[in-house]
Design a protein around this ligand. Structure first.
Ligand SMILES: O=C(O)[C@H](O)[C@@H](O)[C@H](O)[C@H](O)COP(=O)(O)O
Length: 238
């Protein structure tokens, strides 16, 4: 159900009575888009976010009976930690999404040992170039500060991260509020996806989202809404 779109920010608002209902609905939409991609080009490319929100959605998606052996899963962003770290998004995806039917999917991580975050991002750029871009589906999260992916408001060189014309695939991020250095897909790759979902839960996130689309200083999530050539599908539950 589309909500009033303030100031041209293009999004469709899908509100659910509860988080389990949201997880089921979002998993169904994502599975449908992945199956459509497989029918059209014999493969599907999915990028998911980490954090504390997606676990129920991951569990629901992992059980959907699609041709997971033709799906490539990667990350929207990653903390610069090994998969064994409790902070790892790769670890979160392995434990919650790459289970059940989805075990058959191919996973492409962003983290690997490197001298530093810049080296890791550069080698990721080369390694991910061979993936079947564009993304068919990207699922974003959002922080209360309006960050999405690892586009933190206090990131060094934020304009470079948000450049819709960037030819980069993966960029390094240094941001005091991020907790550790990050690797993130560029905004250009994110908004090129066939289906862009934003998964947020709780009143604080709804308030933050409404604030981000209202007039005022532009938050990173607003940069994604503005750059996306199609409405972002926002999935929200209290
Ligand atoms: O690595 C991450 O943390 C995510 O990719 C990040 O962009 C996340 O989506 C938001 O920070 C929301 O996180 P929560 O779901 O924990 O609120």
């Amino acid at each position: 159900m589309a909500r009033e779109q303030l100031n041209g920010a293009a999004y469709n608002w899908h509100a659910f009575s509860g988080r389990p209902e949201l997880a089921t609905a979002l998993a169904g939409r994502v599975a449908d888009r992945l199956s459509k991609a497989i029918a059209e080009r014999a493969t599907a490319l999915l990028a998911v976010s980490g954090g504390t929100t997606p676990a129920k959605f991951f569990a629901a998606l992992s059980a959907t009976p699609i041709a997971w052996d033709k799906v490539i899963v990667t990350l929207v962003d990653e903390r610069f930690v090994p998969a064994s770290s409790p902070r790892s998004n790769a670890g979160l995806v392995a434990a919650n999404l790459l289970q059940n039917a989805a075990k058959a999917a191919r996973f492409v991580p962003l983290y690997h040992e490197a001298v530093g975050i810049e080296d890791a991002a550069a080698s990721d750029d080369a390694a991910l170039l061979s993936l079947p871009w564009p993304l068919d589906v990207v699922v974003l999260g959002m922080g209360p500060d309006g960050h999405t992916a690892s586009f933190f408001p206090d990131a060094d060189d934020l304009p470079k991260l948000l450049d819709p014309a960037s030819d980069r695939i993966v960029l390094p991020v240094h941001a005091a509020s991020a907790g550790e250095p990050r690797l993130t897909l560029s905004l250009a790759r994110i908004v090129d996806a066939g289906f862009i979902a934003l998964h947020i839960e709780g009143e604080d996130k709804r308030t933050a989202f409404d604030g981000a689309v209202a007039p005022g200083p532009r938050k990173p999530i607003r940069a994604v809404l503005d750059a996306a050539p199609k409405p972002v599908e926002v999935f929200w539950a209290p």
